[in-house]
Design a binder for this molecule. Sequence first.
Ligand SMILES: [Cu+2]
Length: 188
Amino acid sequence: MISYSTLALLALTATALAAPTPTTPEDPSTTAAARANTHTIVAALGGSLTFSPDNVQAEIGDVVEWHFLAANHSVAQSDFANPCVPLDDYASSASPSGFFPGFEFVTTPGTQASNVFQITITDSSPIWYYCPQGKHCQAGMSGVINQRYGEGDATLAQYKRNSVGSVTVIPDEVVGEAIANPNPLGGF
Ligand SMILES: [Cu+2]
């Protein structure tokens, strides 16, 4: 036999089950909080032989996107020890491993090239790069992503000093691809 108190408990349970779902939003997940960022680097801002900014800290999963102003610049990966030289160009490797999207960024004064170049950061190692046009690298047109700041670590300032006496090597192979500028109306 079901007592009155049991029936009351069942009714309470039914009420609780029928309660509306909470409408307050859940806390954002850590995945959403760690959403990837895009870091924009501009080549030849103000006509200078520079990348701006030339020293970027990026998280794994972030995108680094180079934009190019006049007249004809590009970007090639190197390493710290061999400034202005493509990564692996000096080694016996059969194929280059550093990025170089080619000279796909020619543009006229006052405009930015219709193409950009992107990489996605996959680890925390420093990435050194330079402009392989003419003697731009010797003039300081180089940069680093995720430079380390410990005692004795390689610095961009030292890379640029070492560049002065180096000879620029244009990569003999395109590695990576220029893409259409996803934000052509963005100014700098
Ligand atoms: Cu250049």
